[in-house]
Design a protein around this ligand. Structure first.
Ligand SMILES: [Zn+2]
Length: 212
């Protein structure tokens, strides 16, 4: 951490204590005593421009958040390995018993771009990013076959990654059964920071539509 960053974070924390701690501390105290009961599990990209709590004006304790490269949910693979996203999904669904899961994609997603480039023949990026995004390869075919012809190829791939993650969530048996019982609902969203718009995946049309 650079000295400049430390100074910036210290100043920011000081502002938090001056301006916001009186608003939030009662809530944090309640959350500490009663535990967390989030409204939803939200899986979003690690991209610094995407902040689901800000976009939906939610507070601490409201969203159980998982962020990874390109909001990819792996398929159910209970094999040896370190399954960080699957572990968080398991805890939210089986431990916290969330009633809803949100997958949020976004415009200008570097992970989705890497996926598109690999599909065009580019070598995998880095030691981990390419391998991680190769898990989302089915999204490329889904984008090609999409009936949404109004959006460009890059956006269709970003949309398809959201659809793929929603599909992969249903490969977890304890998610599929809850969805079937009606105790768990899955939702797709997409944020375009270029115009500030949030779109939701309408299950009836299978298209991303304005959420406002
Ligand atoms: Zn992204």
């Amino acid at each position: 951490m650079t000295a400049k960053l430390i100074k910036d974070l210290r100043a920011g924390h000081s502002r938090y204590k001056d301006l916001h701690v009186s608003d939030y501390q009662p809530l944090f105290k309640e959350l500490a005593e009663d535990g967390q009961h989030p409204k939803a599990l939200c899986i979003a990209c690690s991209d610094s421009r995407v902040d689901p709590a800000l976009l939906f004006d939610q507070h601490p304790g409201d969203l159980f958040l998982v962020r990874n490269v390109a909001n990819v949910v792996p398929p159910y693979e209970p094999n040896p390995g370190h399954h960080g996203t699957s572990a968080a999904v398991e805890y939210a669904v089986r431990g916290l018993q969330v009633s809803d899961i949100i997958v949020m994609g976004h415009a200008q997603c570097g992970g989705a771009k890497a996926l598109a480039d690999m599909a065009d023949g580019a070598p995998p990026i880095g030691e981990f990013v390419g391998k991680w995004m190769s898990m989302a390869e089915p999204a490329v075919k889904m984008a090609e076959e999409s009936h949404d012809t109004d959006t460009d190829k890059g956006v269709r791939i970003e949309h398809a990654v959201v659809r793929l993650s929603l599909q992969n969530l249903k490969t977890f048996p304890w998610i599929a059964e809850r969805v079937e019982w009606g105790s768990l609902e899955l939702h797709g969203f997409y944020f375009d920071m270029r115009n500030g718009s949030v779109m939701w995946l309408n299950p009836e049309t299978d298209l991303f539509e304005d959420f406002s």
